[in-house]
Ligand binder design. Structure first.
Ligand SMILES: [Mg+2]
Length: 370
């Protein structure tokens, strides 16, 4: 069975990939969101020519195929190559699931089931009072027991979004959600080590359990200082897509919890490698999945199967109308949080049906066997 074609259906925000074999089997994958149309071009120019015509690898061989393509394009390491490779990798996993009539979670040795999630806020433009109010409403409505919200300013060089916001949002969210709620915060590369440690102590006083990306993510020694100084979990890695860097991040325990993003990483196979490195270092894996495109579906399947899965999957609470209109209507059964959990889709492959009407609205490209 050979790969006959790779098709992409793209807009600026998201790109879905359909892989077809020479005997007519198909699998669906996704290129990483944002500038996805550019990544789709990369896929057709630098990934598909190496993949189309190749024998379909078995699931254990997908990683090797991805590695080989990355080696062929070794002058272009980095984000766009990984984003593009992710479309191929995730389509191959879906293909195998559909052929074997098993979910990807089952292919990995897990069992589809409701999996705990944390409600993840993406907003800094919201007042502490409004953030606390909407998280409390979601606690009632969806039974979430864990929540993430934002402190500092994105790449903020120690500045807050506005003076006093971080202290206020931490105190107000804690007061609104009660002592039992697990509270996580994200610094999005805001702080120098000294300031991060100061903020971290304030977070510890309010029982925050997870301080994500406290320092500019590329300043590994800064992050390490914060990890060593604080008792709460310092977490990170969502931007990192180099396996060489992940080796260092895990072996040297730069963070307490690793957070690869399956789409930024180049798909499931490379993300499983990172999870394995984490497991060897005794680190839990709580991936980054910050929108409700297929990245959260991929993450649910992986988390249902890996031994060092953290306690929850990231689940965006930003709605499709005002905030992320592009994530609307991609597939038929939207993910829904109930009792603080979301079902790992149980159907074959990724277990979701891609929407035909969405595909019709997208820009189309194909690379196929001559
Ligand atoms: Mg983050």
């Amino acid at each position: 069975m050979k790969i006959k074609s790779l098709e992409s259906f793209s807009n600026e925000f998201v790109s879905l990939v359909r892989l077809t074999t020479d005997d007519g089997h198909q699998g669906w994958g996704q290129i990483s969101p944002y500038n996805a149309d550019i990544s789709a071009t990369i896929m057709h120019r630098q990934v598909a020519p190496h993949a189309v015509g190749m024998e379909v690898p078995d699931t254990d061989g997908i990683l090797d195929l991805v590695h080989r393509i990355y080696e062929r394009e070794h002058k272009w390491p980095g984000s766009y190559m990984c984003r593009a490779l992710g479309g191929l990798d995730t389509a191959l996993w879906d293909l195998h699931g559909k052929i074997q009539q098993k979910s990807v979670c089952e292919l990995l040795g897990g069992i589809p089931r409701p999996f705990p999630v944390y409600a993840s806020s993406m907003r800094r433009d919201i007042t502490p009072a409004d953030e606390a109010k909407r998280l409390a409403a979601l606690q009632q409505e969806c039974g979430y027991t864990a929540f993430k919200f934002r402190v500092g300013k994105e790449c903020g060089r120690d500045e807050d979004e506005w003076p006093g916001r971080s202290e206020a949002v931490v105190a107000e969210v804690r007061a609104a959600l009660g002592d039992e709620a697990r509270l996580l915060v994200d610094g999005n590369s805001c702080y120098t080590p000294q300031k991060a440690i100061e903020v971290g102590r304030m977070l510890e006083d309010h029982g925050i359990c997870h301080f994500e990306e406290p320092c500019p993510y590329w300043e590994l020694d800064w992050t390490r200082q914060v990890t060593e100084a604080l008792s709460l979990d310092v977490t990170g890695g969502e931007q990192d897509n180099s396996l060489a860097l992940w080796k260092y991040l895990t072996k040297d325990r730069i963070v307490d919890v690793i957070q690869p993003d399956i789409c930024y990483m180049g798909g499931l196979s490379r993300s499983l490698e990172v999870a394995k490195m984490g497991a060897e270092a005794g680190l839990p894996c709580t991936p980054h999945s910050a929108n409700l495109s297929l990245v959260t579906v991929f993450t649910l399947h992986m988390m249902g199967a890996i031994p060092n899965a953290g306690p929850y999957v990231e689940f965006s609470i930003e709605d499709e109308v005002d905030y992320y209109p592009w994530q609307k209507g991609l597939f038929s059964e939207p993910l829904v949080a109930k009792d603080g959990k979301v079902d790992i889709p149980a159907g074959p492959g990724w277990g979701v049906e891609i929407s035909h009407s969405w595909l019709q609205s997208a820009d189309y490209q194909i690379t196929e066997l001559a």
